[in-house]
Design a protein around this ligand. Structure first.
Ligand code: CUA
Length: 157
């Protein structure tokens, strides 16, 4: 009788752990997905890019004292604008969309990296403390020119 109770306790304990692991894994994966792509009303069909006041003219815009917004369009096999130019000691929110297929917006040597999906706008905010020059590359296979798809990000002093 006593042993049976201990066994039950162990069983319950093990099940709580298993459920805990599953919740952690599921919750963690979902959280990661939300960080990578902002899916709150962030849709934009590729056909509407030319009529969208943000993306019709891809650019960097100052929105606060040290705050900027960058509207970036990815397509086979370039990024616009190129180069992307921002000042040091600034906070830049990138809005990136694709004109055609899935690309990525990856700033080499940093943790700035997002998938760029046609029909969606990827949003991420990055702080730039130091001046520098970075390559922007595509991590998602997007066709014959995938390996040459690159841009430049310049952080001015
Ligand atoms: Cu764009 Cu690979």
């Amino acid at each position: 009788m006593r042993i049976h109770q201990y066994e039950r306790l162990w069983l319950i304990g093990a099940m709580v752990l298993i459920v805990g692991f599953i919740v952690t894994i599921t919750y963690g994966a979902v959280g990661l997905g939300i960080t990578m792509v902002d899916d709150q009303e962030a849709t934009l069909p590729p056909d509407d890019i030319d009529d969208d006041e943000r993306f019709a003219d891809p650019r960097v815009e100052q929105v606060g004292e040290d705050e900027y917004e960058a509207y970036v369009v990815a397509m086979t096999f370039i990024y616009q604008p190129d180069p992307i130019e921002v000042p040091a000691n600034s906070e830049v929110t990138f809005y990136v969309t694709s004109r055609d297929v899935i690309h990525s917006f990856t700033v080499v040597g940093t943790n700035t990296n997002t998938m760029v999906i046609p029909g969606e706008v990827s949003v991420m905010t990055v702080e730039f403390d130091e001046p520098g020059e970075y390559g922007v590359v595509c991590n998602e296979y997007c066709g014959s020119g995938h390996h040459d798809m690159e841009g430049e990000l310049i952080v001015h002093p």
